[in-house]
Write a protein that binds this ligand. Structure first.
Ligand SMILES: C[S@@+](CC[C@H](N)C(=O)[O-])C[C@H]1O[C@@H](n2cnc3c(N)ncnc32)[C@H](O)[C@@H]1O
Length: 280
């Protein structure tokens, strides 16, 4: 089959799952990953063909996409700023807002700092910061042993040395080291909002990475701020990604724990999502 015909087939099969813009993005990610054919290659050569073996594989992959399995899990990896992250159902798919949080931290050009990433998932924040702030020492923790395995592997394939450890931030203390920066993108979607979320997220991404109890949606911020207070060096920084609906609540938690110089930052959709504060 010609690749150009497969594109039509791909769009037909998935037309009720995605809009045309999304389908374009997914199609080019798909052929780039499985055939090593870039969008430019595809647009400038209409003669590419798919052999029978690949066609059978692609039909299986199309069925996965049709069932709403996210493209990143179907492909099994995502590229972020020249870094490769292996992803599967055990880790949250890296989000653009979180990459913005990483870039914000990078922009301060911290030197010789020790950083802790709490709830590391795929290792996105820890790995990004270790790569960009190369003189830093980076530690990262998560409650999920399966996500820690993936994060370790991701650090290793990107040739970065990070100390990963298992920790339940709601119940364990943070006694291992002192840090200059503590960063976290913790679970922050209230369970009551689950119904409003897409099947692709709810059915496939790890729910314990996303949802918090309705009674206490800020529990992670509260616990992390209290524990960070003990582990951060004086004048060290805490950075959070937040639900924009709760940013004022996070601000109050930071004030309650005597953090100062609080700064709130909006993401590319103009939602107030990131917050930074100084210890003392
Ligand atoms: C929103 S995800 C963030 C993942 C990754 N840092 C990112 O930004 O893509 C939250 C992470 O917190 C972890 N987590 C959930 N409960 C936790 C707990 N009690 N202690 C430590 N980590 C927890 C989840 O396993 C998940 O990896």
């Amino acid at each position: 089959m010609k690749l150009i015909e497969f594109k039509k087939y791909f769009f037909n099969v998935l037309s009720s799952n995605y809009d045309a813009g999304e389908l374009n993005t997914i199609f080019y990610l798909f052929i780039d990953h499985f055939l090593n054919i870039s969008k430019i290659d595809f647009l400038t050569n209409t003669e590419f063909k798919i052999d029978q073996e690949n066609l059978s594989l692609f039909k299986k992959k199309l069925n996965e996409l049709k069932s709403d399995r996210p493209i990143q899990y179907v492909i099994g990896e995502i590229l972020v700023s020249d870094l490769t992250f292996i992803v599967n159902e055990n880790v949250l798919i890296p989000r653009p807002e979180t990459i913005e949080l990483c870039e914000w931290i990078e922009s301060f050009n911290f030197q010789d700092v020790r950083i802790l990433d709490i709830g590391t998932g795929s290792g996105l924040i820890a790995i990004f910061l270790k790569k960009k702030l190369s003189k830093s020492i980076v530690d990262a923790c998560d409650i999920s042993l399966k996500s820690l395995e993936i994060a370790k592997n991701n650090a290793s394939i990107n040739n970065l040395k990070i100390d990963f450890f298992s920790l339940d931030i709601l119940n364990d203390s943070l006694s291992r080291n002192r840090y200059d920066i503590i960063v976290s993108n913790p679970p922050y979607v209230s369970l009551c909002d689950k119904d409003k979320m897409h099947r692709r997220v709810v059915e496939f991404e790890p729910n314990n990475a996303i949802f918090v109890n309705n009674n206490d949606p800020l529990i992670f911020y509260d616990q992390i701020a209290q524990k960070a207070k003990e582990s951060l060096n004086k004048k060290g920084f805490i950075f959070f990604e937040c639900n924009s609906d709760y940013i004022n609540g996070v601000n109050d938690i930071l004030l309650k724990n005597s953090f100062s110089n609080i700064e709130i930052r909006s993401d590319f959709r103009n939602n107030k999502r990131m917050i930074k504060a100084r210890n003392g």
